[in-house]
Each structure stands twice: as structure tokens, then as C-alpha cells.
Design a protein. Structure first.
Length: 368
């Protein structure tokens, strides 16, 4: 388990180049609009030095990292919500994702055409955001019309829920009518549960990915500054990536990655920054299972209790949960082995109310 990230943006901003680099999936990338004719889906292992350390300690038969899925669709253009271009055809694939990475071009290059004729990242972002809002508005209006009819049937057992949903949808509709994202409505978890089946695009957490030239990724430029100001006003963050640098990293042997990053004056890759941002936005964390057969990373939401965490492995683990033997990663590293940590009293027995902590190493006992 990891998380799914949808990639949106105008044509020719570097979406497919970045997708290729992050996933090594080989999606077509070329210098003309609508190069991506079908949605590209790629899986990437989430690099985690803690998992590598567990593998060194346990020497298992296999190591299984958590994974992240990227979904790249055709570039969106003005009128996409009415069927212009190709991106509109594939927005349904973005509905299934957990978060959205909005790629914006922040570099000048006369050899790479721009669909709008000039480099203006905030203008580009406005186009895409408006199209996402219009697509959501179409989805919302259809659902709202049905729910209003259902809410009027006071004898229907579903009328009460429909009425509650109408209230939420009308609050969001005000924003969408103004071209604003649904996430700006600040709806509660209970309200979100009422409408989550709609998969509203602008309700998803979103961050901007500024695609930079490799010689400007450290210093930045005016385009990046403008995008950062724009994003801050929306309550969004910006992750800076150079599609060219990421492409070069993708071709390197993993052992060469750190040295290459140092030569570029970087401490981590763009993929690492995207993963960190996704985990932060979605409130995710990692726990581990380890033994002679395998070491494995599992992605869960912060605040999950032990049975929920066990359910990520298999539903039977959650249904028949008895207890969990738990050891903090730092304690294992300090002691060297699980047995040594147990002899020092660091291995804990936790019950159903235990809230799993990031980097816990867990062994579940269950009965079904």
C-alpha cells in the first residue's frame, strides 16, 4: 500500500518527462501538444533507508518497499471541461487518486513550444484549475438535482441523508461557480463522507510541481517566485523539480545517485520530495514487518490503531486481531536484534487501542 498521485497540467509543461523519470515507465514524451493520448500509469518503489537497514539486520529472502502510483493524463487546455483537447477524456482516472500533482512550466526554452505562446506559470495554473472546477461543477450539478428530488420524498429512508448531502453540495457549488476549488469550502470529515463517492477533483489535496531548468533549480527564477506566491494564496505548496535532472537520475545505478545529487548541490531527488510532500499532505506514515522471509514497509494513516494497521496486510488480521508485539525502529538498531531488544524489555505487547507510530516494527497475533 502506498498512495496514488494524479498528474495534471497544460500540454508541453514536462508532465510526461517527469512521469518517465519518476517511474522509469517509458511513457512517450515529445515536443508537441497531446503527445499523451492514453493515461499512463506507473508504479514506483518508495525509497526508505530504514527498510534497507532492516534488510541488513534480518538478511531476508526478499525486501518489499511500499509503492506509489502515478497517473499521467493528456494535457488539459481551455475548454477541456467541454471536450476540447484530450485531457478531458481521462479525468476519470484522476478521480481514483489520493492527491494531485499540478505540473507547471517555470523555465524558458525557445526549442520547447508552449501551448499558450508565452511562459506564465500562474496563467497556466489558472487554466487548468478552472477546467478542473468546471468538470467538478458538472458532476456536482447532476448529483445535486437527484438529491434534491430524493430529499423531497420525506417518506424515503434515504431522504435525511440526501438533505444533508444537498447542504454540503450547495456550499461547494458556490465556490465552483466562482471557479474556486472545492477544498476551499473546508468541509468536515462527516461532510466529506457524504460526497466522497463523487470523487471531486478540486476536493483532493494538491501541490504544484515547478519544472525548472537544471541550472536554475538551486537559484530559482521569477517564474518560480510567482508560482510560489500564487500557491501560497491557495494554501498549496510547491515542489521544485528539474525534469532533466530526474531523467538523468533514472538512468543511474542506485549506488551512483547520492554522488550525482551532491554534484548538483542537492540533498534529495525530486521523487523523494514528491513522496515527502504526499505523505505530509495525506497524513501518512510507515510501519514495518520483518523476519527471515521478508522485510516489508506498509503505508497507513497517522492515528490508525493497531487493528487498522493490521488490516492493511489482510482483512483477517483486523477481524481477528488479538495483540501486536511492537518494537521501535531506533530501539532495534540500537540493540542489533529483536531478541536483544526483547531481553532489555523494549519489545512491547500492544492491544486494540494502541496508536501505531511511524517506523514501528510489528508482529501481529490474530485468530479467525
Amino acid at each position: 500500500m502506498g498512495f496514488k498521485c494524479g498528474i495534471v497540467g497544460l500540454p508541453n509543461v514536462g508532465k510526461s518527462t517527469i512521469f518517465n523519470a519518476l517511474t522509469s515507465a517509458g511513457a512517450e514524451a515529445a515536443n508537441f501538444p497531446f503527445c499523451t493520448k492514453d493515461p499512463n500509469v506507473g508504479m514506483v518503489n518508495i525509497p526508505d533507508p530504514r527498510l534497507r537497514e532492516l534488510t541488513r539486520i534480518y538478511k531476508p529472502k526478499r525486501e518489499l518497499p511500499a509503492v506509489m502510483q502515478f497517473v499521467d493524463i493528456a494535457g488539459l487546455v481551455k475548454g477541456a471541461s467541454q471536450g476540447e483537447g484530450l485531457g478531458n477524456q481521462f479525468l476519470s482516472h484522476i478521480r481514483e487518486t489520493d492527491a494531485i500533482m499540478h505540473v507547471t512550466r517555470c523555465f524558458e526554452d525557445v526549442d520547447v513550444t508552449h501551448v499558450e505562446g508565452t511562459i506564465n506559470p500562474t496563467h497556466d495554473a489558472d487554466i487548468v484549475n478552472l477546467e478542473l472546477a468546471l468538470r467538478d461543477l458538472d458532476t456536482l450539478d447532476k448529483k445535486l438535482a437527484k438529491d434534491k428530488k430524493l430529499a423531497a420524498l420525506v417518506t424515503s429512508p434515504d431522504a435525511k441523508e440526501a438533505k444533508a448531502r444537498v447542504a454540503v453540495l450547495e456550499k461547494i457549488k458556490v465556490l465552483l461557480d466562482a471557479g474556486q476549488p472545492a477544498r476551499a469550502a473546508g468541509i468536515s470529515k462527516e461532510e466529506n463522507d457524504l460526497i466522497k463517492d463523487l470523487g471531486l477533483l478540486t476536493l483532493k489535496p494538491m501541490f504544484y510541481c515547478a519544472n525548472m531548468r537544471e541550472d536554475e533549480i538551486q537559484s530559482g527564477n521569477d517564474h518560480l517566485k510567482a508560482l510560489q506566491t500564487y500557491a501560497k494564496e491557495q494554501g498549496c505548496d510547491v515542489v521544485v523539480i528539474s525534469g532533466k535532472i530526474e531523467s538523468e537520475i533514472a538512468e543511474l545505478d542506485p549506488s551512483e545517485k547520492d554522488d550525482f545529487l551532491k554534484t548538483m548541490g542537492l540533498t534529495e531527488s525530486g521523487l523523494d520530495r514528491v513522496i515527502h510532500k504526499g505523505f505530509s499532505m495525506l497524513g501518512l506514515e510507515t510501519y514495518f514487518t520483518a523476519g527471515e522471509q521478508e522485510t516489508r514497509a506498509w503505508t497507513i494513516h497517522k492515528g490508525w490503531k493497531a487493528p487498522q494497521a493490521a488490516g492493511v496486510i489482510h482483512s483477517d488480521f483486523e477481524k481477528g486481531f488479538i495483540r501486536a508485539e511492537t518494537l521501535a525502529f531506533a530501539d532495534l538498531v540500537k540493540c542489533g536484534t529483536w531478541q536483544a531488544a526483547k531481553e532489555k524489555g523494549l519489545v512491547r505487547t500492544e492491544g486494540k487501542e494502541y496508536i501505531v507510530q511511524d517506523a514501528d516494527i510489528m508482529h501481529f497475533l490474530f485468530n479467525v
